[in-house]
Design a protein around this ligand. Structure first.
Ligand code: ATP
Ligand code: MG
Length: 278
């Protein structure tokens, strides 16, 4: 197979039949660094969770899945021509969206009411697109109008509709399982018939914020099933890492690796109702 691309987390190959093999590794990234060591089973957990979600979303949007891969970490996909926009939906305020709101009362150009805090629920889910930055650069929030300039009104409209529909379906299903889907990022592309199709991974802890619903308290950072745990450890005195030094982070202690693995596992098992067995 021909190696096409390696991102921070995934490796992409082309099969002799012209399909893509997307392999999710156990690598974990934070603050744009790939951390050492990997999180055992993370790749398989994320791939299996994505496959489960693609099925749940089958009547919302067509997807790129062409079949299972040779192992639990991989999936076989139809190649898409990717839309150069990261499609983000937010139902709650956190992360980069919170920063933007505090600066100018808007997120990706969408004005929001005053008085919202860290973790607040938004009046309704909003589409907050960002650029797809080249490797090593940060994705920048862009307004809906900028998306229209890039891809035209008809496609922009479709991107917004599909992104909000995926978020709404995902949030409904997660909520039944006691989990808040705070936000999520999807990637869409055109298939060989020109049909806008859901690509990449979907509704995983790497692409979404999942919060246990019973711990939700706006006004502070929310406990979560994503890698916030790793970020918190890196920023704690215990890690001894100074982010502003420009030095790479220290290796994760076994305890942090194991607890992070538990969080990914719990997200998978709670959402799908299945037990994970590699
Ligand atoms: P990083 O995640 O490290 O910032 P990245 O996004 O380039 O970099 P990955 O997420 O590991 O790396 O790689 C997945 C790549 O494959 C992305 O560029 C994504 O847009 C692309 N992709 C996903 N699905 C498809 C598809 N069906 N056809 C073509 N490209 C796809
Ligand atoms: Mg990516």
């Amino acid at each position: 197979m021909k190696h096409l691309h390696s991102g921070k987390v995934r490796d992409l190959y082309e099969t002799p039949e012209g399909l893509l093999l997307m392999v999710a590794s156990d690598r974990i990234s934070a603050y744009d660094y790939v951390l050492e060591p990997g999180i055992p089973d993370k790749g398989a957990i994320l791939t299996q969770l994505s496959l489960w979600w693609f099925e749940q979303l089958a009547d919302v949007v067509p997807d790129h899945i062409a079949g299972p891969g040779p192992d639990a970490r991989s999936m076989l996909c139809r190649p898409l021509r990717m839309v150069p926009v990261e499609c983000v939906a937010r139902g709650y305020l956190a992360g980069g969206g919170l920063g933007e709101y505090r600066r100018d009362g808007k997120v990706s150009g969408v004005p929001l009411p005053e008085g919202l805090e860290d973790g607040s629920r938004l009046p309704e889910p909003i589409f907050t697109p960002s650029t797809k930055a080249p490797v090593g650069e940060h994705d920048e929030p862009i307004s809906y109008e900028q998306v229209v300039e890039q891809v035209g009104e008809e496609t922009a409209e479709e991107l917004r509709r599909i992104t909000l529909a995926v978020y709404t379906r995902g949030a409904e299903i997660a909520r039944e399982r006691g989990i808040i889907l705070a936000d999520t990022k999807i990637e869409l592309g055109w298939d060989s018939d020109g049909v806008l199709t859901l690509g990449d991974e979907v509704l995983t802890p790497d692409s979404s914020r999942f919060w246990p619903a019973d711990g939700w308290t706006p006004g502070r950072a929310q406990p979560s099933f994503d890698k916030q745990f790793v970020r918190d450890w890196l920023m704690s005195p215990e890690s001894g890492w100074d982010k502003s030094s420009g030095n790479p982070p220290p290796p994760l202690p076994d305890k942090v690796v194991e607890q992070t693995r538990q969080r990914y596992l719990e997200a998978y098992e709670r959402i799908t109702g299945r037990s994970f067995n590699g």
